[in-house]
Design a protein around this ligand. Structure first.
Ligand SMILES: Nc1ncnc2c1ncn2[C@@H]1O[C@H](COP(=O)(O)OP(=O)(O)O)[C@@H](O)[C@H]1O
Ligand SMILES: [Mg+2]
Length: 413
């Protein structure tokens, strides 16, 4: 038997005691974690937890395992949204298939939950756009997915939005660049699969009645084409506007999570022609800023929201104390006096349903909502209590994070 692991080796070492020489389907339930099936899957997939971290194990032929291991590793290095791979186990006894080990994507939600819950605040079109953004990002990086489906995508709440992650790269191919035909083929495969998955939910009585599987699936190619065009098109504008228009375009790309590589501006008789070499950005400015100020690691939109709250807390402190408060001081006080009390108020039975930063964001939203209704500011304490009683319990526990992540010492802190 042989293991190939990406660093850090200490993380991999914690998995070595598992019964790698037996078929995954026969592993004793005591070593496995009960994570509900979230989509259509071809292989035996099981979950294990060690030292507070959760891993997904997939039994798959060695050649496919090696390829998926290599590709997922590349995706991660390139900042593409995908699950993170830890390693593979090959040369198992009796010619058994290999096992691919990925890190469980914490706080991810299945499409089943997102499409079936009538209370879900994410609209169908938002879900579809999230998937389309993922596909465009992959295509810009020369990745042909070959199996884009809802089952192979995990969705993570990020403030008001969602981010989609690729979970299954078994059929993926990496090219220096994708031809139009390949992109179209990939989109067509996605359309078929998404349609079939939604029909399946509908047959099972799990689809919200206002959603039409065919309409949703058919909208996918159009939305893809619109986004692809928007991020790759050439623009021509008046010379006296060029400075502002270039800045505007780059800003817009950044907001969508894309970055500009080379920017080419050519002056022609019609005006300035702008061509941007759009790349996938690890959306990061707000994340880095929040990490620097508070040590919190969260997603980009969550970070933007939290930073706004840090800023307003600072303004409030300055007003109260009648003197300037340095940013770092304000951030630490915000963390201790505002953020941590909210996170610590989450009762154990509700912990782990959403990332702490997402809970914080939702409490702020809820406060705004209650204040609007009441015609006055209800305050964070009341909003928090109401949110914990009425809103957070609506997020099903096992759809998001295996309970072990929420246990003390787990990775959810
Ligand atoms: N790292 C992971 N984090 C969270 N869920 C995962 C992870 N890996 C797999 N899964 C879940 O297991 C399912 C099956 O995994 P997948 O790689 O798609 O296998 P298959 O080849 O059988 O389709 C996925 O749809 C996803 O719900
Ligand atoms: Mg799959």
């Amino acid at each position: 038997m042989r293991f190939l692991f990406r660093p850090p080796a200490t993380e991999a070492a914690a998995l070595l005691h598992l019964p790698w020489d037996s078929p995954l389907s026969e592993w004793d339930p005591s070593v496995l974690l009960d994570v509900p099936q979230r989509g259509i899957s071809r292989h035996v997939v099981r979950f294990v937890a060690t030292e507070g971290r959760v891993y997904a194990l997939k039994e798959i032929t060695e050649s496919l395992a090696r390829r998926e291991y290599r590709l997922l590793g590349e995706f991660e290095s390139d900042g593409l949204p995908s699950v993170s791979v830890l390693g593979i186990c090959v040369d198992r006894p009796d010619d058994q298939e290999a096992i691919l080990v990925t890190r469980y994507l914490e706080y991810s939600m299945s499409y089943r939950h997102l499409f079936s819950s009538p209370r879900s605040q994410h609209s169908t079109s938002q879900l579809l756009d999230t998937l389309v953004v993922l596909l465009v990002r992959l295509h810009l990086s020369g990745v042909f997915w070959g199996d884009c489906s809802l089952s192979n995508t995990l969705f993570r709440p990020d403030a008001d939005g969602l981010t989609a992650y690729l979970v299954d790269a078994e059929t993926a191919e990496r090219h220096p660049q994708l031809s139009r035909g390949m992109r179209q083929h990939d989109v067509e495969l996605a359309r078929e699969r998404v349609g079939a998955e939604l029909l399946d939910l509908q047959f099972g009585g799990l689809l919200s009645p206002e959603i039409s599987p065919v309409d949703v699936a058919d909208a996918l190619p159009e939305r893809y084409a619109a986004l692809w065009d928007a991020v790759t098109r050439e623009e021509v504008f008046r010379l006296d506007e060029q400075r502002y228009r270039v800045a505007e375009r780059l800003q817009w790309l950044n907001e969508l999570g894309f970055d500009a590589g080379e920017v080419e501006l050519v002056h022609t008789p019609e005006g300035a022609r702008l061509r941007v070499d759009t790349r996938v950005a690890e959306p990061g400015q707000n994340r880095r800023e929040l990490l620097r100020l508070t040590g919190l690691e969260v997603q980009e939109n969550q970070a933007r929201r939290l930073l706004n709250d840090v800023r307003s807390h600072r303004a409030w402190l300055e007003q109260k104390e009648g003197r300037p408060v340095p940013e770092a001081v304000a951030a630490h006080r915000w963390l201790a006096d505002v953020y941590v009390p909210v996170v610590e108020a989450i009762p154990p039975h509700l912990a782990g349903r959403l990332a702490p930063a997402q809970v914080f964001h939702e409490v702020l939203e809820h406060r705004w909502f209650l204040s609007e209704q009441a015609g006055r500011d209800v305050g964070t304490t009341a909003a928090l209590a109401s949110y914990l009683d009425h809103e957070l319990p609506k997020t099903p526990a096992d759809q998001t994070t295996p309970s072990v992540l929420a246990s003390p010492g787990g990775a959810s802190s």
